[in-house]
Ligand binder design. Sequence first.
Ligand SMILES: *Cc1c(COP(=O)(O)O)cnc(C)c1O
Length: 372
Amino acid sequence: MNMFDKPIYVTQPFLPPLEGLQEYLKDIWESKWLTNNGKYHQLLEKALCDYLGVKYISLFSNGTLALITALQALKISGEVITTPFSFVATTHSLWWNNIKPLFVDIDPETFTLDPGKIEAAITPKTTAILPVHVYGNPCKVEEIQNIANKYGLKVIYDAAHTFGVKVNGTPIANFGDLSVLSFHATKIFNTFEGGAIVCHDEKTKKHIDSLKNFGLVDEITVVEPGINAKMNEFQAALGLLQLKYIDNSIERNKQIVYVYRQGLRDVRGITVLEDIDKVQHNYSYFPVLIDKEKYGKSRDDVYEGLKKKNIFTRRYFYPLISQFPTYKELESAKPGLMPVAEKVAKDVLCLPIYPALDAEKVLFIIDSMKAV
Ligand SMILES: *Cc1c(COP(=O)(O)O)cnc(C)c1O
């Protein structure tokens, strides 16, 4: 029945060779400096600025605390325009800041916030836009910035999927007022858990660094109610090691994406996403859309069928965030208001992709899909 005994999951975290970690651990053990802006924390911030092509970065213990702190740093309040098509942490970061989300529909090509629908949603209470570069697809950054300028809104990008992505040669994390990254185990670059905020000036970086450390600015001075969201030395050292392998991981995933596209592009009822012109992708997700009318089977039929073959795909992002109990009573969450997001959430399926997934398994997944 099954050619592989072991289940194939949607992702498998990349881990560097364990030996590589020994010298870092030895050093940390000897220094007994475990957190609070230690040596490896500083080294990783420097290395990430170089790798990502950004000026200032503040490391965090995870991406969600980075999102929550980014909103604090810019003193965002009132209402914020955001997408329902994301991981739930995006909207939760607003809720934790007592901000009301205003959900706006997505673009049918990239599944990111549709700039054409933003202006109609702006109210006198709107203070910012929180878009997501979903699956690493860049948002329409120029159009979004133009709207933000016109209405005096801040822009904070949830860039959790976008490690290393460039648009027209510009690193994606340089757009907006702030960009937030995640280094969670499931992301293309991981420090087990981790995250970061990218900003444009030293003053903002210092403010963010204080906010993630209880609002302390020196031993005895607390200027505001900060939180504890610091990245520790173990995570930072692991990040330095991981960075040596990231280009390989992206290259490997790119090969897998090309095999998937080749095998699925011409199947009636299945839509694959192609490379976007002038974008350097990181190939960390492989979503397909399954049109039940044309394919004969629904997305959920395919999801269940693959499960029987020990292939565990994920329906990212279904349900829409706007359908969860916390948010579904909001005016902007009403069914029918976001037809594109509703359709994509119904049809999308993310297929397994990670550097260690070999070609044989990719072909098996393609064949299994066609056989459902
Ligand atoms: C992973 C993710 C986050 C949250 O990051 P954590 O590091 O897991 O807290 C936020 N937004 C999106 C879109 C994500 O995929």
